[in-house]
Design a protein around this ligand. Sequence first.
Ligand SMILES: NC(=O)c1ccc[n+]([C@@H]2O[C@H](COP(=O)([O-])OP(=O)(O)OC[C@H]3O[C@@H](n4cnc5c(N)ncnc54)[C@H](O)[C@@H]3O)[C@@H](O)[C@H]2O)c1
Length: 442
Amino acid sequence: MPDQTARQIAPARGKLGVLTVGLGAVATTFIAGVENIRRGASKPIGSLTQMGTIRLGKRTDGRAPLISEFVPLANLSEIVFGAWDPVPDNAYEAALLCGVLDKHEHIEPIADFLKGIAPMPAVFDQAYVKRLEGKNVKSGKNKRELAEQLRKDIRDFKAKHGCDRLVMVWCASTEVFIAPGPAHQTLESFERAMDANDPAIAPSMLYAWASIMEGVPFANGAPNLSCDFPAMEQLARDKGVAIGGKDFKTGQTMLKTVLSPMFKARMLGVAGWYSTNILGNRDGEVLDDPESFKTKEESKLGVLEHILQPHLYPELYGEMYHKVRINYYPPRGDNKEGWDNIDIFGWLGYPMQIKVDFLCRDSILAAPLVLDLALFFDLAQRAGLSGIQEWLSLYFKSPQVAPGLYPEHDLFIQLTKLKNTLRWMQGEEQITHLGIEYYQEQ
Ligand SMILES: NC(=O)c1ccc[n+]([C@@H]2O[C@H](COP(=O)([O-])OP(=O)(O)OC[C@H]3O[C@@H](n4cnc5c(N)ncnc54)[C@H](O)[C@@H]3O)[C@@H](O)[C@H]2O)c1
């Protein structure tokens, strides 16, 4: 039985424009995937919004509707796509180049559709992504002017395609590491820094600023700061816009956030965790630059510390050695191999080892996350939720949280949080898993 009043959620009426920053492997696999699914040629495997159910009420009630029937999500048929990229290739050319999807099965049948998606000129600066060169790039007298051009692109796209609403998802390259500094503290300092072309303002921040200023929710799929600092959080709250990030949680880190809670649940110690990856796509090439890798490394390293809580369990995790490596290895393309060697110890300190070898496909794992994020951020916006959307941390390696909070990394806590948020939106009872009512008289 509903235990509270449902939130007011505006209906998902009209077209939803999904703007991706970047039209590379992840973005094209997402776009081509959605189009194949819309045409009935494939199934939306990996997408919680399309395939997931949600239990409501007691276990004995037998109520488990599809999430898409429980909350008002945009329908796939109502989505239109737009993108920015410094590489001028359209979505057809980019999808072929990335080599993720089968040309004959998933690209050629929708070639005309993909050719119709050409990237808008990007705000791009090689100082922030050393291994890329851009030709399809905007110019302007300063960073504010560039960001204003992005705002115009957003407005023009919305008008041209007759969209009711938009969302923006960062699917572009990982930028060099930037620590939050004075320019990121207040909106005034941020805007001054844009005017002064301050190097502390990366292109991804300009997209985030433009998106929020236009009232468009912004989700950050890379580990760049982008919208993860006080000035942008304030702006998002002031403008009533949903934001969140960072860095899609797809492969090795997803496994980490499943395995490490298991060790902690059983009070097993971890002496060391060595993770290495080989991948040969453009992302791998960009991450071969030490400055971009540092941004990624920071995002990947935080997970274990937060889940295992060595300050609470010094005998189990206080001495843990954690290392993450990414190696660019062209022959593998998008098909990444992620190895983990985990040295654990049990009763009386006896050592054991676990080896994980995940032969995955990076963009196949990431594409459904882009879809879910686009639909859930649009839902959040229509439900009047603004600022950081922590309930969507299921999708991120390095979830953005309110100041003073540590992030929840455990995948199943994140899933519970997400589903409880949906229940809360619709005025349904929270599921705490207490279950005492099945055994005791109330
Ligand atoms: N499993 C995954 O695939 C996964 C997981 C987590 C995070 N990510 C992140 O997602 C992002 C995209 O990954 P990918 O494999 O598609 O990479 P990719 O290199 O194939 O695509 C990125 C695209 O972004 C473009 N780009 C770079 N700077 C830009 C800018 N300022 N504006 C607009 N476009 C810009 C590049 O030209 C490129 O086409 C990367 O940052 C990656 O680290 C991917």
